[in-house]
Write a new protein. Structure first.
Lengths: 293, 696
């Protein structure tokens, strides 16, 4: 009996603790007015150490991780590649994200698969989907995706399963200068009728410019339907062929980013990046990518 | 033959003229940077301008310089300098100026910027100075300046002596400002000079100022020996490291140009300005042996401060506050005058190996009366007692396209051992990522209990104390027409500050795209956002909460050289401030400048007309104004009204220049300007400057 009683207390403590967590979570939102948190809670988050280190000004970056940034940007890939990433927002154990991206060039176009898991036992979102991108001419690529989102709340609140549609464009102005555009959740999918709760919609418009083989600069504007416009700048510098130093900056809220990346045999890539905000601190992201040349 | 010679002469003349115009522009840009940094109306930047003027007249020989003169110029980054030196080491002496284009980190703009100040000559300069030559080749400069106060101010009202003697609201002297300066210079090697200044309201040859001017400064300075590299007697300036521990003059701060984040210390300089506190008075010597350099200096001067007599010992006095205004016009100001003696002794040793440099310094500073500051929470870590010891070590190091620099300093205060002995440090990097892109990073951590009187380190606050921050900036040139500058700075103040009753934090960021399609036209846009936390002015309860205070500046600036004689400059600036307790406030100015400088005429004219409209003094906007040489005017425009000025410069008798400037502010719906002794009844505030320079 004593054993059962103990167990009950533990469960209660567990519930209380998670309530405190939820309370803390809501408190954070209210206190600091940080849109990011809830943005990510609603199914969208950039992924990969490279993007994170460059202030997530990644709408034009043409790597495997484009799955999570711009459905069109991976259209130029010639060989298959895959990556996994892990992120921890503000070093809070409840705000962890694991992501996956895979790109498989076909005879025509590129087929991609992606997934992302965010949260902890009491609140978890899972996104998974497939995408297809194609280079129409040398100068323009289009891409689209369909993702399925599962949002699970603990303590008997239940589950919801919804699908969103994504769209992207990548245009080349000249060699080394690209412009990209992407929309996440173009369908503005309804999550729940209660208070017209929808999955968030995000539009990104950005450009990247290669000053030289060593230096890439990205600038981007990101509008989340619920939050103020964010301006983002990212920088990637390659002091040696297999080493990359990156930094970035974004506004609303003000965030500084930095990170390093290294490649082995130009096939395996290990990237680390972190964002820093003054009020809630660090958000590190580490990713491992495999890509054939 | 003769026409050819004439044409050559004319071409030469024209280039010199054009370069001359560039020079004034370069100087003006620098001054604007500084003024924005200090947001202050009266800063004296004579030395910085003098330096550029000197190098204009005596260009640096690129085949001879060890880089230090190029650093003094302040226009090049250390990476560019090391690039330049490496090239000379690898390929030998420079033959033409065009060779500079082959340097990785020098672009055309840099070359144009520096060109007026450098030359290429394979003959070495003669370092030996003979007395005869020094007299014959030396340059004498005499300045006389007169600045009357046009409108009647309340403090100059005619009152009886008894009223004046019992009040602090009336000035003893007249309302004129007098200034005179005499200086002899021989190259950069010798300088002997004298400066005298009387501020408005101070007496002249009577009362408290029986010796004439209220402030005198004199110096004798020598530079250039092999072992005795510099000697200074009288008034001088000392700069060490990155300005964390000791830096007696002003320095660039956060500007749109990231290169200014790094300080380039000139250990010893003559002092020729009129700031009555920020200088050293005494003697200094800079010794050198091979790669070692040692600066020894001692200074003793009187300063102003409020003193309180100790109630238990009649002859003991305490100091409560320092007065750094340098004004001695009223009874209370007389009372504070020269109440303290400040003694400073210091040493700085530097070791330089190529582009690697490391230095260490120790500074002892004491006052003849102890400081007993009121025990306020925000100022409890400030200087107290009589003396203090500061130690610092600094470094700078260039490797390929990376320049690293920094300084670590520690302070010891005798009265509060263990309590008042903090650390301060800063470390930075400037990296040329590409010939068109440079990137800078500065980290600083100044503890709340670190204190130094003379500092100019990279900081958001006014001192290198109580601050932690990370600054990151970038400068990009996309092509020959478009470029962009930007920076972001995150900072924290771990302890309270004046007007901020809690630890606080904030950020600042700036973005400035520049479009310059050709040499004569430039347009730039600047956006700057600053977030700071301040005490709320509207709260209930005993504890003052702090709140966010967001300031945004939007500026559009256009400059256009219409012809060789006409330059046209326009600016629109808009400013907003948002805070919870004060709500939304805004301000704007619109200025139009026109400069007429025909090359054949001895007369130059500068004109400005401006309208301004700000909701409050908080939303004031500072704007640089042209003025007579070595007069610096960056007034704040606030409330609603118009501003206009005219500046004339007339050169005559080959050796003389005369400047006359008249300007006024005309306010709307405002019949009293300022308050207290400075009050003007009326809606107009005018200013007049007359300056004569004789140089031969």
């Amino acid at each position: 009996m004593g054993h059962g009683f103990e167990k009950k207390i533990l469960t209660m403590q567990g519930i209380m603790r998670s309530k405190i967590y939820i309370g803390g979570f809501v408190g954070l939102l209210v206190l600091f007015d940080i849109g990011l948190l809830s943005t990510y809670a609603q199914g969208w988050a950039p992924a990969g150490g490279r993007s994170r280190a460059m202030g997530d000004a990644s709408v034009t970056l043409a790597d495997v991780w484009a799955y999570h940034h711009n459905p069109a940007a991976n259209a130029g890939l010639k060989q298959w590649g895959a990556g996994i990433s892990y992120e921890n927002r503000f070093l809070l154990k409840e705000l962890q994200t694991q992501s996956l991206a895979l790109a498989l060039p076909l005879k025509k176009g590129v087929l991609s698969v992606g997934a992302q898991v965010f949260g902890y036992t009491e609140f978890r979102t899972i996104k998974s989907g497939v995408g297809y991108s194609i280079a129409l001419t040398e100068f323009i690529s289009l891409g689209t995706q369909i993702n399925v989102h599962q949002i699970r709340l603990g303590q008997g609140y239940g589950n919801v399963l919804k699908a969103t549609g994504e769209l992207g464009v990548l245009a080349k102005i000249k060699e080394g200068w690209n412009v990209g555009f992407s929309v996440f959740n173009i369908s503005r999918t309804l999550l729940s009728k209660y208070q017209e709760d929808r999955l968030t919609t995000v539009m990104r418009l950005g450009t990247s410019y290669c000053f030289s083989e060593k230096l890439l600069v990205c600038v981007e504007a990101e509008k989340n339907v619920e939050f103020p416009l964010r301006g983002k700048v990212g920088l990637e510098y390659l002091p040696a062929k297999s080493v990359a130093l990156r930094t970035g900056f974004s506004t609303n809220p003000i965030e500084l980013n930095a990170g390093v990346g290294c490649s082995f045999k130009s096939v395996y890539f290990l990237d680390f990046g972190s964002a820093y905000t003054q009020l809630v601190g660090w958000s590190p992201n580490v990713s491992f990518t495999y890509r054939l040349k | 033959m003769r026409p050819l010679v004439l044409t050559l002469f004319l071409v030469g003349f024209r280039t010199v003229f054009l370069l001359g115009q560039d020079k004034t522009d370069i100087i003006q840009q620098r001054i604007e940077f500084i003024s924005e940094r200090y947001q202050s109306e009266n800063i004296d930047l004579t030395t910085i301008i003098e330096q550029l003027n000197y190098f204009y007249q005596n260009p640096i020989n690129l085949n001879e310089t060890d880089g230090s003169e190029l650093e003094d110029l302040g226009l090049l980054t250390t990476i560019q300098i090391s690039d330049f030196l490496r090239h000379r080491k690898l390929f030998g002496k420079y033959i033409t100026m065009y060779e500079l284009q082959s340097l990785t980190f020098w672009d055309l703009e840099t070359i144009q910027l520096v060109r007026p100040f450098v030359r290429i000559d394979d003959k070495l300069d003669n370092i030996h100075i003979s007395f005869k030559e020094a007299i014959r080749q030396g340059k004498f400069d005499l300045f006389l300046r007169y600045q009357p106060t046009v409108e009647k101010k309340a403090g100059y009202a005619k009152v009886s002596d008894s009223v004046r003697a019992s009040s602090n609201n009336y000035y003893y002297g007249n309302s004129d400002h007098y200034y005179t300066r005499f200086r002899y210079t021989y190259k950069t090697n010798i300088s002997i000079g004298f400066t005298g200044e009387k501020d408005p309201g101070e007496q002249f040859f009577k009362g408290a100022q029986k010796n004439g001017f209220d402030f005198y400064s004199a110096h004798a300075f020598f530079k250039g020996g092999k072992y005795i590299r510099g000697v200074a007697l009288g008034d001088y300036q000392v700069q060490i490291g990155q300005g964390i521990g000791f830096w007696s003059s002003y320095a660039f701060g956060k500007t749109a140009d990231i290169a200014t984040a790094k300080r380039t210390a000139i250990p010893l300089k003559a002092y020729t300005s009129v700031d009555e506190n920020r200088f050293m008075r005494g003697a200094a010597v800079d010794l050198g042996y091979k790669n070692f350099e040692m600066l020894l200096f001692a200074s003793s001067k009187r300063t102003d401060g409020s003193t309180i007599a100790d109630s238990s010992y009649a002859d003991l006095q305490y100091t409560s506050t320092l007065d750094l205004s340098g004004l001695h016009r009223t009874n209370s100001e007389f009372k504070r005058r020269n109440t303290l003696r400040e003694n400073i002794a210091g040493a700085n040793v530097n070791y330089r190996l190529g582009l690697f440099r490391i230095g260490a310094s120790g500074i002892y500073q004491e006052y003849d009366k102890p400081f007993v500051k009121a025990e306020k929470l925000y100022s409890q870590f400030d200087f107290r007692g009589k003396n203090q010891l500061n130690f610092s070590t600094d470094y700078s190091f260039n490797f390929k396209n990376v320049c690293l620099f920094g300084e670590v300093a520690k302070a010891y205060n005798d009265s509060l051992i263990g309590k008042n002995s903090g650390w301060a440090m800063m470390h930075g990097a400037l990296i040329s990522l590409d010939s068109r892109v440079s990137f800078g990073l500065v980290y600083r951590d100044y503890q709340r209990d670190y204190f130094s009187f003379y500092n100019a380190g990279f900081s958001e606050g006014s001192n290198t104390q109580n601050e932690r921050g990370l600054y990151s900036g970038i400068k990009m040139k996309f092509n020959s027409k478009w470029s962009m500058n930007g920076y972001v700075d995150l900072f924290k103040f771990p302890w309270m500050k004046y007007g901020v009753d809690a630890p606080s934090q904030g950020h600042e960021f700036l973005l400035q795209p520049i479009y310059k399609p050709n040499k004569i036209f430039e347009i730039y846009f600047r956006f700057r956002q600053q977030l700071r936390q301040k005490n709320s002015s509207n709260y209930i309860g005993a504890v003052t909460p702090i709140e966010d205070y967001i300031q945004r500046n939007y500026r559009l600036n256009l400059s256009y050289v219409i012809s060789e004689a006409f330059t046209f400059k326009s600016r629109i600036e808009f400013l907003t401030i948002n805070s919870h307790s004060k709500g939304f406030q805004k301000g704007m100015i619109m200025t139009q400048d026109l400069m007429w400088k025909p090359k054949s005429s001895p007369l130059d004219v500068s004109l400005r007309y401006a309208l301004f409209d700000t909701d409050s003094y908080d939303t004031r906007i500072y704007s640089y104004e042209n003025n007579a040489l070595y007069v610096f005017a960056v007034p704040a425009y606030y409330y609603k009204g118009s501003r206009a000025y005219i500046l004339l410069r007339y050169s005559f008798l080959r050796h003389c220049d005369l400047w006359v400037r008249y300007g006024y502010f005309l306010y709307n719906n405002r019949f009293i300007i300022s308050s207290g002794a400075e009050q003007i009844n009326g809606s107009r505030k005018s200013d007049l400057v007359v300056q004569l320079r004789i140089s031969f």
